[in-house]
Design a binder for this molecule. Sequence first.
Ligand code: NAD
Length: 366
Amino acid sequence: MKLNIVCIPGDGIGPEIVAQARAVLDRTAELYGHEMTYKEVLLGGASIDVHGVPLTEEAIADAKAADAVLMGSIGGDTTKSPWYKLPPDKRPEAGLLRIRKALGLFANLRPAVLYEELADACPLRQEIRQGGFDMLIMRELTGGLYFGERKTYTENGMRHAVDTLTYSEEEIRRIAVKGFEIARKRKKKVTSVDKANVLDSSRLWRAIVEEVAVEYPDVALSHMLVDNCAMQLVKDPAQFDVILTENMFGDILSDEASMVTGSIGMLASASLNDTKFGLYEPSHGSAPDIAGADAANPIATILSASMMLRYSFDLDREADAVDRAVKAVLQEGWRTADIMSPGCRQVGCREMGRLIVEHLEGGEQR
Ligand code: NAD
């Protein structure tokens, strides 16, 4: 398969972690007979330094022409970097919001996986975390409360504020389809999360999700109220496979789910549009405090690259090989500083990438 990937190293640790993810992709391509070509594109602070703006029209055109985008992270130290003296629409983060919008990315996927080897980082009690967990939060990204009409006004001397939560049938349908499609690649279980006992938008959400479910008889669907879901995530996280939810609920639940894994350097993410195209990036930021020190954990970016293989290219076998290589390296006790624990062996970003590449060769099961 020929794959054209736009690579956005970004700022801070971005270039270091993306270099390792590319090395893993290159080795995977070599092992499985694919051809990857990369085009490097500037975004965020790196683009401000060269072009004076956080995102250029050429960068958007390059990303649109690619099969998928692999990104590091963008932004600098918000208290010290000169980028944050610029007006808000010229700062690094403005570029990220703009590219997401330009690419029509409406589905955000955030896996939360607890690896047995990193169980000590999990803040949950041993009897809850034993056996690990592996869930994926599928969050609607472009509708709902964050994009509805809003206003602040004064009436009879009293200040009021209004935000509107709107969803169309079509917005719900397209994210539900993505949720069921992705569940088919996993444990075939969707938990749709809403607040249907109170909100009209949630009642429509539930009705449309049920309509879509008819097309996926092999996937088990259940519904859960968002307040219960927040409790279940810390009480019994292993019950979940795909959690499908709207924008604000997903914003909150995905942070909760990622924190129960306890390891920010391990958390991958993807944002998809209505084709197979996606933007893949770690959930963490650009970690300016450790940039250039070869101390960053590249695993979140490597796992994001694995998601790209699985969800944009349907290369599940190749993605499985990458996931296995990461697991094997952790099983052997190799750790970057952020996930270090007694008895393990500490390595830097480059060495962690090299080890994963090496285990791709060894762990191969064709
Ligand atoms: P951060 O995620 O960059 O860092 C938080 C802490 O986690 C830091 O101590 C950092 O060293 C550590 N950390 C993060 N990723 C790590 C990794 N891979 N390996 C080891 N340690 C890691 O969050 P922040 O400090 O709040 O933000 C820094 C910059 O990143 C800001 O400019 C922010 O706007 C930006 N940011 C960008 C994105 C993105 O590109 N999508 C997301 C979040 C934050």
